[in-house]
Design a protein. Structure first.
Length: 208
């Protein structure tokens, strides 16, 4: 290999590595600096005024039984509204989306698949949606609030499940959700803490 070519290869490698590794390292560093702000803001949000209509609709459309502290009521209702009426999390994180014979796309009366609600397992090429229900410690997707905020705003995959492809979550619309107010993200997180823990369906999704 002649010198100029080696130089060029070196430059390309440096550019590729530079765009991936230090980028994510920087974002992670940024996260720890930001984390106390995010933590505090997360606690203050309960005192913000809430659109009571959103809260009401949120409770009406939540497809599963919710368990939460009275102090979190408004956040849980708002979170349900954001997850079930605007965020579309069910589309990708519940597999299959609807109960048998209850698929609105087939003209059937809608019922969301409660058994696997938000438990992940839908595949998109090499990527699989994650289980975002509470783990054994009650943490959605096993993430605490600061981690959840970090994931939703930066897209960094803290579990690094496909480092060879990208350090960023693919398919998942984090560039959209990341633009939400901290309070809205906190509401989504609080709602996800209130839903039942679930596992992905063991059988493949079959369309009716
Ligand atoms: C278009 C499909 C799609 C939608 C809609 C979607 N997600 Fe995702 N989500 C995914 C996929 C796929 C992954 C895993 C991506 C990967 O492995 O690269 C993921 C990953 C995640 C993760 C990372 C979990 C972990 O284990 O670290 C969180 C948190 C998450 N999604 C939350 C949500 C929430 C909350 C909503 C709704 C507001 C939502 N997602 C809507 C497809 C989606």
């Amino acid at each position: 290999m002649s010198r100029p070519v080696v130089g060029l290869v070196g430059l390309v490698v440096a550019l590729v590595v530079g765009s991936l590794v230090p980028g994510s390292a920087r974002l992670l560093a940024q996260s720890s600096a930001e984390s106390s702000v995010v933590e505090q803001e997360g606690d203050r949000v309960r005192t913000y005024p809430t659109d009571t209509q959103e809260v009401k609709i949120g409770f009406r459309i939540a497809p599963v039984r919710l368990t939460f502290n009275a102090a979190d009521r408004e956040l849980v209702g708002l979170g349900s509204y954001l997850v079930n009426a605007t965020g579309g999390c069910n589309d990708c994180h519940t597999n299959p989306n609807y109960a048998p014979g209850r698929n609105p796309f087939m003209g059937q009366p809608e019922r969301i698949n409660r058994d696997n609600y938000l438990a992940g397992g839908a595949t998109f090429g090499p990527f699989t949606s994650r289980n975002i229900t509470p783990d054994a410690e009650g943490k959605p997707a096993g993430l605490d609030w600061v981690e959840f905020h970090h994931v939703m705003t930066t897209g960094i995959d803290l579990k690094a499940l496909h480092p060879a492809i990208s350090p960023f979550l693919q398919v998942m619309p984090w560039p959209v959700y990341g633009k939400m107010k901290t309070r809205d993200l906190r509401a989504i997180y609080t709602y996800l803490k209130a839903i039942p823990s679930a596992s992905p369906a063991t059988t493949m999704a079959t369309e009716p």
